[in-house]
Design a protein around this ligand. Sequence first.
Ligand SMILES: *Cc1c(COP(=O)(O)O)cnc(C)c1O
Length: 389
Amino acid sequence: MSHRAGPHFLQIPGPSNVPGRILRAIERPTIDHRGPTFQALAKEVLAKIRPIFKTTEPVIIFPSSGTGAWEAALVNTLSPGDRVLMYETGQFSTLWEELARRIGLVPEVIAGDWQGGARAEVIEERLSQDTGHEIKAVCVVHNETSTGATSNVRAVRGAIDSAKHPALFLVDTISGLGSIDYRHDEWGVDVTISGSQKGLMLPPGISFNAVSKKAVEASKIGKSARSYWDWSGQLANNPTGNFPYTPATNLLYGLVEACDMLMDEGLDNVFSRHERHAEATRRAVRAWGLKTQCQESSEHSPVLTGVVMPDGHDADALRAAILEHYDMSLGAGLGKVKGRMFRIGHLGDFNDLLLMGTLSGVEMGLAVAGVPHAKGGARAAMDYLTGNA
Ligand SMILES: *Cc1c(COP(=O)(O)O)cnc(C)c1O
């Protein structure tokens, strides 16, 4: 089939759907990134991104996927052989750990069950035992996109403080920023890592490190080899609207637009919209008689919902049927849960009717793929949405 009528439903938890307003901004001609017009754009974008992280400190922008910003956070602040405490929330925390190992750090992993977020009390206990302060950083994923669970970043900060531990605090909110409340300064995060293609509604291609003063000080003595990811060139050039190498000019046009859209709607409204859609989705899942991957009631992600398949049924076969029949892409189970669950993204530029199209597509897909379920999930979501208009 060469043409499929109507829009494709891109309901993976990132990249999210890019709104027309952002696509049109990106379409503008690429300009000289060392000229005055670009410098004005850069200053604007570097100012507008800070309130999204709720920080008054610098936010460094890399032309890269989120993985690059993970690496940047580690190589700027740490030295080879440094021990880092990482909490296993799911596949993304595991990938970050592998990255840390490959660049010569020594990750110590707190094992998790992939059904909730990082547990602050376990982190506190481990840090309290580390009286010699061998642990140089604590790394936590704010929104674990592989499972649909959030970590309480404020509580982890509290754990580090209660243990009176000097470790740096590094947080991945690649899929949380712009969808779930996040407070870089208030929560005392040293490096916040994010990316463009999830809550920020941009295409993939730029990533972020929001930094604290403590992180910048650490970067001056950190001994990891680094060049492309080095913060110093960025921090020296950014105040005059410059970058140390060619930035992703057109994505920066889009980023200005994304920041304006989030601020126009109001961050709190954006966050409650995501929570409302997530709650409606969970009601649909419950009505189908299926389980969510996240089992902690206070840690369900507002960004996506991971749905566990009934025994003996393959999530990837269901996803393939939904793509074939309804032209909708859903997220696959990643890593050890591959085939056992799928993920419904309900983030970014999204509203009630798009959610209803998404949940209807899932329910119809369950039927055509022969997956045992009860009808009425979409109905349950509709009732919740109309009852909470
Ligand atoms: C998407 C994602 C990443 C990886 O980002 P890429 O842009 O694919 O490199 C890392 N962590 C989390 C939590 C993510 O959602």
